[in-house]
Design a protein. Structure first.
Length: 279
C-alpha cells in the first residue's frame, strides 16, 4: 500500500481462480464474497457464515504467493463477533478484510433494498476491528453502503469517521456517476478502494483513470466469476449441439493443468522424502 500507483486485485472465489490471478502477475487477490457464496450454492444474501468465508479465504491465501484481501461482510454480529472475525482471518494468512455498515442479513452492494445500522454502531465495530489486529500491517477496510440508502454525502461522512477511528482504507460502495467516482478520493481523508462490478451501479472506469483520480486499490469481484459462467454455458451448449467433447477455451492437457495447480512442488517433495527418483 505504500508503493506508488494503484493495486489491482481481481476477484477469486476458489483456489483455481486465485492461482490464475497470481500466475497472471497481479500483485494481490481479492476473495469475493458474492463468488464465495455462489460457489457454495447461494446468492449474495448474507447466507454464508463467518466460518465458511474464513475457511475459503484461508485456502486461497495458502494457494498463492501474493496478499489476499477478503470480504468479511458485516463482521457477522456485534463488536465481539467482529473481534473474532478479524482474528480468524488474520490467523489464516489473509492480508486484510472489509467490513460494511449494512444490517444483517446483508445484500450485494449493487442490489436494491439494503438497510444500514446507525453510524455509532458501525464505528464501534471499526474500533473493535482495529483493536483486534495483532499484525499492524493487517488492513481494516471500512465499507459503507450509505450511498444507496442515505446519499453520497452521508457515505463520505461515514468512511471519514471510520478512518478517524483507525480504519486503514475507505470503501464507498456503488457511487452512481463518474462525478461521484472522481469525488470520493478528493473528499475522503485517506486511501480509497474502488469496487469495479460489471453492469453494477458504478460506471465503468479504466484502471489508469482510477489511479489518476487518486484510488489506491481496485477490486474486480466478478471478473472471473462472470467469465466462468459464460464459458460453462458455451461449452455445455456446444456439447448438447455437437454430441462430442468441445474444444476448451483453454486447450490445456491434464499434465499442464496440474502443473499450474502446483504439481511441480509436490513432485519435488516426493523425490526428497521418498527418494525413489522422478514420479
Amino acid at each position: 500500500m505504500r508503493q506508488d500507483g494503484i493495486i489491482t486485485a481481481p476477484g477469486a472465489y476458489d483456489c483455481i481462480t486465485a492461482r490464475m490471478i497470481d500466475q497472471a502477475g497481479f500483485s494481490a487477490v481479492y476473495m469475493t464474497g458474492a463468488g464465495t457464496a455462489a460457489a457454495l450454492g447461494y446468492p449474495d444474501y448474507g447466507l454464508v457464515t463467518m466460518s465458511e468465508m474464513v475457511e475459503n479465504a484461508g485456502r486461497i491465501a495458502e494457494a498463492v504467493s501474493v496478499p489476499v484481501i477478503a470480504d468479511a461482510d458485516t463482521g457477522y454480529g456485534n463488536e465481539l463477533n467482529v473481534v473474532r472475525t478479524v482474528r480468524e482471518y488474520e490467523q489464516r494468512g489473509v492480508a486484510g478484510i472489509h467490513i460494511e455498515d449494512q444490517s444483517f442479513p446483508k445484500k450485494c452492494g449493487h442490489l436494491e433494498n439494503k438497510a444500514l445500522i446507525p453510524l455509532e454502531d458501525y464505528l464501534t465495530k471499526i474500533r473493535a476491528a482495529v483493536s483486534a489486529k495483532r499484525d499492524r500491517d493487517f488492513l481494516i477496510i471500512a465499507r459503507t453502503d450509505a450511498r444507496a440508502v442515505l446519499g453520497f454525502e452521508e457515505a463520505i461522512r461515514r468512511v471519514n469517521a471510520s478512518l478517524d477511528e483507525g480504519a486503514d482504507l475507505a470503501f464507498v460502495e456503488a457511487p452512481q456517476s463518474l462525478e461521484e467516482v472522481a469525488s470520493v478520493p478528493r473528499l475522503v481523508r485517506g486511501p480509497c478502494l474502488l469496487n469495479m462490478v460489471w453492469r453494477g451501479k458504478t460506471p465503468d472506469v479504466a484502471i489508469d483513470d482510477a489511479r489518476a483520480m487518486g484510488y489506491k486499490l481496485a477490486i474486480l469481484p466478478v471478473l472471473l466469476f462472470n467469465a466462468v459462467v459464460g464459458v460453462c454455458d458455451q461449452m455445455l451448449d456446444e456439447l448438447k449441439q455437437k454430441r462430442r467433447h468441445p474444444i476448451p477455451v483453454a486447450d490445456v492437457a491434464p499434465k499442464e493443468f496440474f502443473r499450474r495447480m502446483g504439481a511441480k512442488e509436490w513432485d519435488l517433495l516426493t523425490r526428497a522424502v521418498v527418494r525413489e527418483g522422478p514420479v
